[in-house]
Design a protein around this ligand. Structure first.
Ligand code: ADP
Ligand code: MG
Length: 437
């Protein structure tokens, strides 16, 4: 029970907190006891315990409550045996430097799984390490959460820091940049701050979207950017959005971000999902049946962090229960998948509608406009609209190549018809029940 709760709580914290916070503060904790809805956690030092109390206790208690399925309290104690020198030194003020000197060794090019979705980003990151400042400057990586941006940035930083003097490569989050700047302003040490950043050979900045609405920081960052760029020193940036989509960031800065190579990391396609499942499972020493591998690739791979969390839980569950990893165990360990929780897909809705009205799928998605197809097609549009967040244009494209305005028109028609047509209302509730929607 103790382990199960802590494994699950950690998984939640991992997806909620910044990686560096998780690695510094949560990962070193040891779960010592679980009784009377109280989880006792041991921290490696008094400083770590106090920092956790001040900054993370509510988040930890929430995660433990969710993991245990009831209201839980967390008790923090110190256990000095847990302290290891590397961690004992990781105080908040030194975090930026820590990131500079040692990107986590688990983020390398070798353990990055490459597919269509991230091939350009991966290739550009490698090119930057081979010839910094030469071709793609800045290299701007963008894409959704958990798709490997930080992984690639860390691999670049580690690749470049290797065999270069300490401080030549600086890798930090935009948040760290802002915090360092504020500290420098308060201590009247802006000169030193500027010298530090403008003197580096390579600057790697993660989560640049954090600069949004921070005018002073943007200004300072722009100066740093210019100084480095003008002397052909390499800049690598990651962001959750493309430069032109970054809200709250000045136009001049967005323009600079877009002046080099923009490389997307996209959600993995089927082949990459499969490769990720295999690599991540073998990394954890878990062997999967083909059936389990397909299930994980289909339903637990919208982002890689989600997959890693799922595999960790499966592994913990299997080893705690002494059972082998089959589909039943996986479903038990993981509960409903994010895909299932997100509701039915477009394809499932179309499939159910076809079955209900006894029409063939390619008829419904095809261009023919016979009267027999009108109601099922409109109903499929209506259900897709209500139960997915797929844009109207795509719904139209899937259902007979209709454009956005035709779909809007069809939705209106169905809504009017629903008011007077009891058979149609019955069909809707039947279909909703089948879709679990
Ligand atoms: P992001 O910064 O884009 O949110 P991360 O780089 O933090 O994502 O990736 C989340 C987790 O998934 C990390 O543990 C990372 O190692 C892993 N990961 C993401 N993409 C890949 C990939 N293509 N190959 C291997 N691991 C990956
Ligand atoms: Mg990241």
């Amino acid at each position: 029970m103790l382990d199960t709760i802590w494994v699950e709580a950690r998984r939640r914290l991992r997806s909620e907190l910044l990686d560096k916070d998780y690695d510094t503060w949560i990962a070193p904790l040891r779960a010592a006891r679980w009784s009377a809805d109280t989880l006792t956690l041991e921290a490696p030092s008094g400083i770590a315990r106090d920092w956790l109390r001040q900054h993370f206790l509510p988040a930890v208690e929430r995660a433990v409550s969710e993991a245990s399925g009831g209201r839980a309290t967390v008790l923090l104690l110190v256990n000095r045996e847990l302290s290891v020198p590397a961690r004992a030194g990781a105080l908040p003020a030194r975090r930026a430097e820590r990131a500079t000197n040692g990107a986590p060794a688990r983020y390398t090019f070798d353990n990055f799984v490459v597919g269509e979705a991230n091939r350009v980003a991966y290739g550009a990151a490698r090119a930057v390490v081979a010839q910094p400042g030469a071709r793609f400057n800045p290299l701007f990586l963008c894409g959704g959460c958990g798709l490997g941006k930080t992984h690639l940035l860390s691999a670049v930083a580690a690749g470049l820091a290797h065999a270069r003097p300490l401080g030549a490569v600086v890798c930090l989050t935009a948040e760290n940049f802002v915090n360092e700047m504020i500290a420098a302003l308060e201590a009247r040490r802006m000169e030193r701050f500027r010298r530090k950043f403008r003197g580096v050979q390579t600057l790697v900045v993660d989560d640049i979207q954090f600069l949004a609405e921070k005018r002073r920081s943007q200004e300072e960052f722009a100066h740093t950017f210019n100084a480095l760029h003008e002397s052909a020193r390499q800049i690598v940036i990651a962001s959750d959005r493309a430069p032109h989509d970054l809200p709250g960031i000045g136009e001049a800065l967005r323009y600079r971000f877009a002046s080099g190579l923009l490389a997307h990391v996209r959600p993995p396609d089927a082949a990459l999902r499969r490769a990720l499942v295999e690599r991540k499972a073998s990394g954890l020493g878990v062997s999967l049946t083909p059936e389990v591998a397909s299930y994980l690739a289909e339903e637990w791979c919208a982002n890689v962090r989600e997959l890693e969390g799922a595999l960790t839980r499966v592994e913990a569950y299997a080893s705690l229960s002494g059972r082998s990893v089959d589909l039943a165990l996986v479903r038990e360990a993981l509960g409903p998948s994010p895909v299932a929780r997100r509701g039915p897909t477009l394809q499932r809705i179309i499939g159910e509608v076809c079955q209900h009205y006894q029409v063939a799928r390619d008829e419904l998605s095809g261009p023919r406009r016979t009267a027999r197809l009108a109601v099922p097609r409109h109903l499929a549009m209506y259900l897709c609209r209500q139960h997915t967040d797929v844009p109207l244009a795509r719904i139209g494209a899937e259902l007979g190549g209709r454009d956005h305005s035709t779909v809007v028109h069809a939705l209106g028609a169905i809504e009017r018809r629903l008011e007077k047509d009891a058979t149609l209302r019955e069909a809707v509730s039947l279909l909703r029940a089948r879709l679990g929607a």
